[in-house]
Write a protein that binds this ligand. Structure first.
Ligand SMILES: *Cc1c(COP(=O)(O)O)cnc(C)c1O
Length: 428
């Protein structure tokens, strides 16, 4: 198993030095628990792996993975930039203290009022389509503006079809073969294009597709430099670095990965005589995925046609298993390393059949009242949660060296109803 489980002297799961059982008792379940130290370690490990081979290197945390303000503050302190995919993420990032110069806005199917907002906030815009480019050019204050363009390098990869964002079926970016023309158009429209970007998918544990995409993007950048005369300030390879979710998956050797990617990058810089641009990546999952667990309590053991362990979280709390069929490792918090004795379906409390965290999962003996820890829940966990079935969203807890702070309060029933208005004529 390539993710570390820490236990304390009682044999209970320890998260950032705090006892999972005590946290669940004190703060109730379901509960997201985030380990601050691990966020910092992940950031530094990745940054070091790349920057030791090329010092003009920057990371833009893809905040759609987790937009908790405390998480954003930690990454701001670490020196990260932000990849924001919506005006709301730009707003959140600014509030978290990121200077606009450290924020890249990579929207898709962006409407004009959103463009106005991001231009006014002073962040760098990464353009996704010719339509967007033309509409952007009509906005006041965009003449001479520095922009980047997202290219689909015709290579895709990812842990699920929904997470492949490059290749011929993807809705993202402009096509490889139109890149030179689009950069020329950007210049004609009065922009100063200084960046090029691609993001081919998410949850990549195999370096090969990523290397292909880097190679392809560098060839495109080379052509744009030579044929449109663009001098690149930055070349951005997007995010997508995966983490192991199943016990069988192996961690990507990040040092080897970085060495290969940077090697290729430098080789292509030389080939196309590109001048020392900043190399950028946009990790989301890698930074935050393994930093958090979702604690949820077993309230029902049911022997139906199958054996179910029913818990007090559902796809409203953690959508990935239902949405992508994703595997999340589940341990019993007071015996996280216990050997399996049976196979169970782990089901949530949402009224839908698809509300399952696991089917036929080998598990040790489990009783009602046991606490489950769903691992690797930090990325696309809380951010994809909803109030479906009128269930208030859970709390988020930040742990550092055993000390805990509530960084998002548990919602109440009243929160389910904010923003609703009942017309006066319907009032009772
Ligand atoms: C989602 C996204 C990322 C991050 O993907 P991860 O797989 O979480 O690293 C990076 N860049 C863009 C443009 C994205 O949309």
């Amino acid at each position: 198993m390539d993710f570390d489980l820490k236990t304390n002297e009682k044999g209970n799961l320890s998260i950032g030095g705090a006892d999972a059982l005590e946290l669940a008792d004190k703060y109730k379940t379901p509960l997201y628990v985030i380990d601050e130290t691990r966020i910092r370690e992940n950031y530094r490990r990745l940054h070091e792996a790349f920057s030791q081979h090329y010092d003009n290197f920057k990371m833009y945390y893809a905040c759609k993975a987790n937009t908790n303000l405390a998480v954003m503050r930690i990454l701001e302190e670490e020196g990260s930039g932000i990849d924001a995919v919506s005006p709301g993420e730009v707003y959140t990032s600014l509030l978290a203290g990121f200077d606009p110069s450290r924020i890249l806005f990579t929207g898709n199917n962006v409407k004009n009022e959103e463009l106005e907002y991001v231009v006014a906030s002073g962040v760098t815009v990464n353009v996704d389509s010719i339509s967007q480019l033309k509409r952007l050019s009509k906005l006041p204050g965009t003449n001479g503006m520095k922009i980047s363009i997202r290219v689909n390098p015709n290579v895709g990869a990812g842990h699920h079809e929904h997470c492949i964002t490059g290749g011929p079926l993807s809705k993202f970016g402009i096509m490889e073969e139109e890149a030179v023309e689009v950069y020329k158009l950007a210049q004609e429209l009065g922009f100063k294009p200084v960046g090029i970007h691609s993001h081919i998918g998410s949850g990549i544990l195999d370096p090969e597709p990523f290397k292909l995409a880097v190679e392809s993007l560098m060839d495109i950048a080379g052509a744009v430099h030579q044929d449109a005369g663009v001098e690149f300030d930055f070349i951005d390879f997007g995010g997508g670095i995966g983490i192991p979710y199943t016990p069988e998956e192996k961690k990507l050797d990040i040092n080897l990965f970085a060495e290969k990617i940077v090697g290729l990058f430098k080789e292509k810089l030389g080939e196309y005589k590109l001048r020392n641009p900043t190399m950028c990546i946009e990790p989301g999952r890698y930074i935050i995925g393994d930093t958090s667990v979702l604690l949820t309590r077993v309230n029902t053991i049911k022997q139906s046609y199958r054996k179910f362990a029913g818990v007090d979280a559902g796809f409203n709390t953690l959508l990935r298993p239902t949405m992508y069929g994703s595997y999340h490792h589940v341990v019993v918090a007071d015996k996280p390393n216990a050997e399996p004795t049976q196979k169970l379906d782990i089901a949530g409390d949402v009224c839908e059949s698809g509300d399952l965290f696991a089917r036929d999962r080998p598990m040790p003996d489990v009783e009602e009242g046991d606490l489950f820890a769903i691992l690797n829940a930090g990325a696309y966990g809380f951010t994809m949660s909803s109030q479906y079935n009128s269930r208030p969203k859970p709390a988020e807890l930040l742990v550092k060296n055993g000390k805990t702070e509530v960084v998002r309060e548990r919602e109440t029933f009243a929160d389910l109803l904010t923003k609703q208005n009942v017309p006066v004529r319907l009032l009772k």
